[in-house]
Every structure is written in C-alpha cells, then in structure tokens.
Design a protein around this ligand. Sequence first.
Ligand SMILES: Cc1cc2nc3c(=O)[nH]c(=O)nc-3n(C[C@H](O)[C@H](O)[C@H](O)COP(=O)(O)O)c2cc1C
Length: 183
Amino acid sequence: MMITAADEGFDQALLRQAFGCFPSGVTAFCGMIDGKPEGMTASSFTSVSIDPALVSVCVANTSSTWPKLASLPTLGLSVLSSEHGTVARSLAAKGVDRFAGIAHDPGPCGPILKDAVGWIDCAIREEHDAGDHTIVVASVSRIEAAADTAPLVFYRGVYGTFRAAAEFSPVAADEQPRRAGRR
Ligand SMILES: Cc1cc2nc3c(=O)[nH]c(=O)nc-3n(C[C@H](O)[C@H](O)[C@H](O)COP(=O)(O)O)c2cc1C
C-alpha cells in the first residue's frame, strides 16, 4: 500500500489503514455519570511528561461519551489486558449499556477495570483542537501496575498482545526511554 499526499486530501479509508500500521496499547477512560459507570475505549493514549506527570488522549469530536466524561473532575483510566478484547468492543459500542458484564471497581477517581495491566487516576488539565479530534492532556494523581499481565495490542484493526523479542530484552538502563514511556 502506498499513500501519498494529494491536493484534494487523502483517501480517508487508506489513511485509516496507514495509521493502523502503528501498533498501540488500548485503554479505557471511565467516570461515574449520574451514579452509573460510563467509559470509552481509546488507543490514542500517550504518556507525555514525567514532571509533572501528564498523559494524553486524542478524542474524536463526534464522540457523544467524551463530553460527559470531560465534565467530571477526575477519571479512572485502565490499560487493557490481552483478555480485554470484548471489553474494548463493549466500551466502544453505541446504544448499549457499555458496562454490562464488565468487572470493575469504583476506584478513587472513576471506575477501574478488574484484571487490567495498569490503572491511572487523572484529571483533565488542557484540551487542544486538532482537526477532527481534540488532544486532551490530563494530570496523573495515582498510577498502579499489575505484575505479569499481558497487554492488549491493537494493530491493523486486529487485537493481539505483546511478546518480547528475546535478543533485545531486557532493555539496558542506558537505553531506557527518557520521556514517559517513550524512546
Ligand atoms: C480499539 C479502539 C480504540 C479506540 N480509540 C479511540 C481513540 O483513541 N479516540 C476516540 O475518540 N475514539 C476511539 N475509539 C472509539 C470510541 O471508543 C467510541 O467508539 C466512540 O467514541 C463512539 O462512541 P461515543 O459516540 O459514544 O463516544 C476506539 C475504539 C476502539 C474499539
């Protein structure tokens, strides 16, 4: 597949395919709305800054769930595990009770999913317009990681997981990312 810039813009389906070549983890941003858990799946989560501790997510301007979550003082973010493929689908579905059958705890800042790889409590700090999405930057107040839980990975529209390449791991301390989760 070859994608090049065109004066009229890109073929959107091809562009989606091209962006899908970048493998990502999958997260769920969740909060309590009128006493009920609400949440949405997001693969655009990124660690941003160590000091202060910041993360970001890109949210589609068409999302009907995000404005509700954005009105909350805090959110609970879960990093989904390889067993959470159905959860990722449920928390992206329209017109359903997204949390039906999803094991979760209330969490101090918003619902957190059971058996996730990690949990981040956060509060929205900035929102930046970016085309048909909004880049949301959030301050982290608490972070917790589970030991030995495999992550859910999203790649070219398919769910999978991560397997370390034996010849490269573990990564030496002087090769470790300088920025949060980054190279
Ligand atoms: C694997 C996966 C990753 C997703 N990542 C994002 C994302 O990063 N940003 C986003 O706005 N929507 C993302 N979505 C879509 C939302 O979860 C949701 O379907 C969308 O917001 C429509 O629902 P809503 O109108 O109720 O918000 C993703 C969905 C899936 C299944």
